[in-house]
Design a protein around this ligand. Structure first.
Ligand SMILES: Cc1cc2nc3c(=O)[nH]c(=O)nc-3n(C[C@H](O)[C@H](O)[C@H](O)COP(=O)(O)OP(=O)(O)OC[C@H]3O[C@@H](n4cnc5c(N)ncnc54)[C@H](O)[C@@H]3O)c2cc1C
Length: 377
């Protein structure tokens, strides 16, 4: 009998896993894919929404488009996971799995940063990006801070991209000279595994008059005085705060007992958890890569290959390399590219391709190829 595969979360990891298995097994697959939302959107499309380049509806990819042999999509909220019995409960029923894959991503903990909800904005959630779409046009002079509150956080280039795109946005509106932009990140460089990418970003900040504060995080906001308080107690006045909130596992994962030190530990070679028959991929894990869709997807491919080897009797795949490609918005209509390999060597390495217009097209292809494979659109 075909194993009953239950995939929790239809993000980068869950969608890629379901697609690869469906392509390989067709009707012999018995896979249930569960997500609480009715649609998927790429993380980077939040920039399009917040800066008003695209409407929220234009970037949504409805799960109703998933028509794949052997895959049943269920829009339900997962309310409990028992990793010992591989039983999952949702607001609508119970699922028993032979193989369970947890791909539930990372949630945000705004309350961990005092003052952030009352006195700032965040652009990491879809709702936050939608709100900023209304807020940004009201900002025409004063001090803007793009500030990271905690690590790890998704897509390490995203705060740098936000600062550079904010520069473009204010320039286009003719108000850049009346505004200051600062970027606060907890690392010594924007992209630690790639010194060349970091150097190019730091140069881009300098060219645009963006103040860069490395090795610092924003610990709190004081909305009454409109100051951001850094972890060294320095105070930075602001008129616009664009925050990257603290990340954490979804509540249902925390309650399952699968997380240790905040995230689900996995064997980095094969993404197995300590529970037999239970895998975890992507942002929800502490696998040792950055948290980004490109890595979630790569991990899902390894799990898919491993399951196929079990079902079809082939060889197990090579160990997960934790390698992926990130496209980095440099502003001015140009995109750079960084290829990072976190796990195959003794320490992470990254190589950089200079920003260009050609890479804008490559990034668009990254999105459109996944839209086609995952949603048939
Ligand atoms: C501004 C920004 C820009 C980014 N740019 C890039 C980029 O250029 N390249 C890149 O690779 N990555 C980028 N990312 C990061 C990327 O979006 C994430 O790292 C990626 O989505 C993680 O994939 P995942 O499958 O692990 O989790 P997710 O894609 O987050 O999927 C998790 C899914 O689980 C579902 N879920 C959670 N809890 C429940 C529950 N209780 N019940 C049911 N469903 C639930 C969620 O609805 C979600 O669909 C960016 C992120 C941001 C915020």
């Amino acid at each position: 009998m075909n194993p009953r595969i239950v995939v929790l979360g239809a993000g980068f990891g869950g969608l890629e896993l379901s697609t690869v298995l469906s392509e390989a097994l067709g009707d012999h697959l018995d896979l249930t894919l569960i997500d609480k939302n009715d649609s998927f959107f790429f993380g980077f499309s939040k920039f399009d929404v917040m800066f008003g380049h695209k409407t929220p509806d234009a970037i949504r990819l409805s799960y109703s488009n998933i028509v794949k042999s052997g895959v049943r999509f269920r829009q339900e909220t997962i309310t409990s996971i028992d990793p010992e019995t591989r039983r999952v409960t949702t607001n609508n029923g119970t699922y028993e799995a032979d193989v369970l894959v947890v791909a539930l991503g990372a949630d945000y903990d705004l309350a961990a940063t005092p003052g952030l909800s009352e006195g700032g904005n965040e652009f990491y959630s879809f709702a936050g990006a939608e709100r900023l779409r209304e807020v940004l046009p009201t900002f025409s002079k004063g001090r803007a801070i793009v500030g990271v509150t905690s690590a790890p956080f998704k897509c390490p280039p995203a705060p740098s991209e936000a600062a550079l795109l904010l520069h473009d946005y204010l320039t286009t509106r003719g108000v850049r000279d009346a505004c200051e932009i600062s970027l606060v990140i907890p690392f010594g460089a924007p992209i630690p595994p790639s010194p060349a990418t970091s150097k190019a970003l730091v140069a881009a900040f300098a060219e645009r008059g963006i103040t860069f504060l490395p090795n610092r995080r924003v610990r709190a906001l004081d909305p009454a005085r409109r100051v951001a308080i850094l972890d060294d107690e320095r105070e930075m006045p602001y008129d616009l705060f664009l925050g990257i909130p603290k990340h954490r596992v979804p509540d249902v994962v925390a309650a399952s007992g699968m997380a240790e030190n905040g995230w689900i530990p996995v064997n980095p070679k094969n993404l197995k958890t300590r529970f037999p028959g239970v895998y975890a991929v992507g942002d929800v894990t502490s696998v040792g890569t950055a948290k980004a869709g490109t890595f979630s997807e790569g991990a899902a491919r390894v799990v898919a290959a491993s399951l196929l080897a079990e079902v079809q009797g082939g060889e197990q795949p090579p160990a997960y390399a934790g390698a992926g490609t990130c496209y980095v918005e440099f502003g001015g209509g140009r995109v750079g590219r960084v290829d990072v390999d976190f796990l195959s060597g003794p320490s992470p390495t990254g190589s950089f391709i200079e920003p260009s217009v050609a890479l804008v097209g490559e990034k668009q292809h990254f999105g459109s190829s996944r839209r086609a494979r995952w949603f048939g659109l």
